[in-house]
Design a protein. Structure first.
Lengths: 88, 332, 125
């Protein structure tokens, strides 16, 4: 169990560092989502299932949805701008 | 004898006095009308910025050769500053990490039973929690009974955050202004998506009831098993979001509108406030609250915890759904 | 010191994650990345708090079979604190993201330096 926990913690650091070094925003959001899921497993090991269930629903679910929506909104604005430039 | 000030007219005291007397608005002198920058000017500026960026790159290429000296010095100064900033921030981060690691080396070992964090407060919660709150899950009993005031504040934080998002992102649907109408038409991005996607609709048809029942289960069993208002509310909110994505705003508006959102949140927060005020009042005056705690383990037990859980769950679910729709199209 | 750190591995990882999040917050110019760094700092703090309440060999604080001895369960206080923290962090994230959308609508850029330059020019005119 101790070894499993160490592996999970290592994966956590790897995820956090790769969020920093990914160029594409969509990829980094998905890595961030997996970071939240790993965190959820670690809380299960630390004997707090309340936190695990909340993190799975809130951290991995709602936060990632909000990030995706922001990205979508920004891309839509960019597309509109391009269309206007082509017309004008 | 005090020195006489010669700039009395502009002093703060006079302005304050005038403000107290109601003569002038102190903001009127300090606030200038911000010149409205049109969209065209903004675009011009962005173009300028892009040009300047290209120019800067040109300069960095030319800096090997001999070009205009002052310009190069300026560009080099900015680049040096950026390099300095990066190096300094890396050093700062490393310093913070090393100081914190040094602190951790002095902390007691994780998992020890005699650590100072495990003091008499936790012992009291564990030993008396079941009798005093009636909740089998000690964490729920703690956050909704012993420390319910924190949780109330937190529900209010959620409500205030959704209000702020509303202020920032809402577009008034009844507005007469042509600009806003245009913005509403632009922000409604469902035009570009496939409507009535049959696969998504069939999946949602199966999944949404299951997700909803799971969310309600988590909320209602908050005092018996892991879970509670926050997680159950988030699950309920994501079920609503899935339904919205599959069937569109029109069908959703039969079930959930802005009015429903406002009423649910207000009722839940008010009920929470009243219920906890009652129990604080009776608790502080050592009165019998008259709310039975019931048999531990039954679903109708533990006094006020179950209704409070339902309130928190409703607030969280509504807030999550409101975040989604506001980000999506600027309104419910 | 290294041996002690390996005993306190959760706290060590939490501190490293805090540092990584702080570095992202300082060094990345993209606003969305900055918000992610902030979230990583949040979760690092929660990990630190939750590991403070963990006691080896003890169970989840849910009363089973009426056993109410302190030696049977872990510390419930940090769990309660973190539970409220997680939900607050979501609401702050939503607020920051909506501010980001508004900034992008105005300046058409996610780069903080560009936004600052454009805002300064706007002030000067």
């Amino acid at each position: 169990m101790r070894l499993f926990e160490c592996i999970l913690l290592l994966c956590l650091i790897v995820c956090a560092v790769s969020v920093a070094f990914t160029r594409d925003l969509l990829t980094s959001i998905i890595i961030f989502m997996s970071y939240s899921l790993l965190m959820c497993l670690i809380w299960m090991i630390l004997q707090s299932p309340d936190l695990a269930i909340t993190e799975a629903a809130v951290g991995a679910g709602v936060t990632s949805i909000l990030f995706f929506l922001t990205l979508k909104k920004i891309r839509a604005i960019r597309k509109e701008e391009q269309n206007e430039q082509e017309e004008g | 004898m005090s020195r006489r000030r010669d700039n009395y007219e502009t002093s703060r005291w006079l302005r304050f006095k005038k403000w107290v007397d109601g003569e002038t608005d102190p903001l009127s002198s300090g606030m200038d009308a911000i010149p409205v920058v049109t969209e065209g000017q903004m675009r011009e500026r962005r173009k300028n910025l892009a040009l300047r960026k290209a120019y800067d790159e040109e300069l960095t290429r030319l800096s090997a050769e001999h070009a205009d000296k002052t310009e190069i010095m300026k560009a080099r100064g900015i680049r040096n500053f950026q390099k300095f900033y990066k190096v300094m921030s890396v050093i700062l981060c490393l310093a913070i990490i090393s100081v914190l690691l040094w602190t951790i080396a002095a902390l007691p070992v994780t998992g020890g039973a005699d650590n100072p964090a495990n003091n008499e407060v936790a012992a009291r919660y564990i030993e008396k929690g079941l009798q005093e709150t009636g909740a089998v899950n000690i964490v729920t009993g703690m956050i909704l009974d012993y420390r319910a005031f924190d949780t109330f504040g937190e529900s209010c934080v959620l409500f205030i955050a959704s209000c702020c998002v509303l202020v920032l992102l809402r577009l008034d649907a009844d507005s007469k202004n042509d600009n806003i109408k245009k913005m509403i038409a632009e922000s409604d991005d469902r035009h570009f998506e496939p409507k009535d996607d049959i696969i998504l609709q069939k999946c949602a048809c199966v999944l949404v009831p299951v997700i909803m029942i799971f969310g309600i289960y988590i909320v209602l069993n908050g005092h018996l098993s892991p879970g509670g208002g926050f997680s159950g509310g988030a699950v309920l909110g994501s079920g609503l979001i899935l339904y919205l994505n599959a069937y569109g705003y029109k069908k959703m508006s039969r079930l959930f509108t802005e009015k429903v959102y406002r009423r649910t949140t207000l009722c839940a927060l008010t009920f929470y406030c009243l219920a906890k005020s009652y129990s604080f009042f009776t608790g502080a005056n050592h009165l019998e609250s008259g709310i039975p705690t019931g048999t531990p383990g039954a679903i109708l037990s533990s006094g006020l915890i179950l209704p409070l859980n339902i309130c928190v769950g409703l607030v969280v679910a509504c807030t999550m759904y409101a975040f989604y729709t506001l980000f999506r199209k600027g309104g419910m | 010191m290294i041996q002690h750190l390996s005993l306190n591995i959760e706290e060590t990882v939490a501190v490293i994650l805090f540092g990584v999040g702080f570095t992202i917050l300082l060094l990345h110019r993209n606003l969305i990345k900055k918000i992610m760094g902030m979230n990583i700092m949040d979760t690092a703090t929660y990990l630190f708090l939750a590991s403070k309440g963990y006691i080896t060999g003890r169970a989840v604080p849910i009363v089973v079979d009426g056993v109410q001895e302190v030696s049977a369960y872990i510390n419930p206080v940090p769990s309660g604190l973190v539970l409220t923290g997680i939900v607050v962090s979501v609401s702050t994230t939503a607020l920051m993201l909506s501010l980001t959308i508004r900034l992008y609508e105005r300046y058409h850029s996610l780069d903080l330096d560009e936004i600052l330059i454009l805002a300064k020019e706007e002030e000067q005119t």
